[in-house]
Design a protein around this ligand. Structure first.
Ligand SMILES: NC(=O)c1ccc[n+]([C@@H]2O[C@H](COP(=O)([O-])OP(=O)(O)OC[C@H]3O[C@@H](n4cnc5c(N)ncnc54)[C@H](OP(=O)(O)O)[C@@H]3O)[C@@H](O)[C@H]2O)c1
Length: 249
């Protein structure tokens, strides 16, 4: 489905991003992917090479403008064009309004989850207009529900991301570029480790959804691939919920 297509995935070294890199690679795409952890980047690269995929692992910290600015150009230098951008890199940090460290955690969260999305997207747009490509942002069901104390900066970053998705979709539609997001509920990844939340946060939250489980990264990756594909050619400005029914409660 993606033969001769070029995909860039931020946060491709782990969890949802790593599954997304693999899913596009299996579909025949050339995939560039970004992360900071060299060992994890190498691991994803090796797995993709088993399918004979062309991949480019880019080591960069997207929270630093000077590093984030390079990733689109590195992708185009290697593969000649860009068809799909997946803005996936993200962190989760506990921060309560009652804590004096709130503003530091707010800045860290926004500088990772939101600012690079705007920066990298703006640099990718000329290339996506040239290919009539598409963008998929990885948001969260927490962009719309207020359920878990301490998750406010994260939720704010995803609420802003949903607005960014919709405005970008509106403004890029005349150029034939589609922009959507996937908004997962709990997915079993490493995001909660070191976050200040319980390491069991995702499993516990999943257990309390109507379907009684958390999702797997591959399920989210499959939706990202679908939204980026021609099968979704009439879908733009959509924030696609995959939350095991969490928001119904
Ligand atoms: N898991 C869930 O329950 C869930 C639910 C809804 C939405 N999401 C969203 O899904 C996305 C992926 O999260 P995940 O659950 O797959 O977590 P994860 O396994 O911790 O993966 C996060 C990815 O983001 C990358 N990353 C983080 N900070 C970065 C930085 N400054 N520069 C470059 N890369 C950075 C990490 O790479 P390095 O560590 O190599 O830098 C890693 O590849 C996030 O946007 C998250 O908000 C997750």
């Amino acid at each position: 489905m993606f033969a001769n297509k070029v995909v860039l995935v931020t946060g491709g070294s782990s969890g949802i991003g790593a599954a997304t890199v693999e899913a596009f690679a299996k579909e025949g795409a050339s995939v560039a992917f970004v992360g900071r952890n060299q060992a994890k980047l190498k691991d994803v690269e090796s797995r993709c090479q088993q399918y004979g995929a062309n991949v480019l692992a880019i080591r960069a910290d997207v929270s630093k403008d000077e590093e984030a600015k390079t990733v689109v150009q590195q992708t185009v230098d290697k593969f000649g064009k860009l068809d799909v951008l997946v803005n996936n890199a993200g962190i989760l940090r506990f921060a309560s309004v009652l804590e004096p460290t709130l503003i530091q955690t707010y800045d860290e969260t926004m500088n990772t989850n939101l600012r690079p999305v705007v920066l990298i997207t703006s640099l990718a747009i000329p290339h996506l207009v040239a290919t009539k490509g598409s963008i998929v942002n990885v948001s969260s069901i927490l962009s719309t529900i207020v359920r878990i104390p301490g998750i406010m900066p994260y939720s704010m970053s995803k609420a802003a991301m949903d607005h960014f998705t919709k405005f970008a979709a509106l403004e890029l539609a005349p150029s034939g570029v589609r922009v959507n997001s996937v908004n997962p509920g709990p997915v079993l990844t490493d995001i909660a480790s070191g976050s200040g939340f319980s390491p069991d946060l995702l499993e516990d939250t999943g257990a309390h959804t109507p379907l009684g489980k958390a999702a797997q990264s591959e399920e989210i990756a499959n939706m990202i691939v679908y939204l980026a594909s021609d099968k979704a050619k009439s879908v733009t400005g959509s924030c696609y919920i995959m939350d095991n029914g969490l928001a119904l409660q």
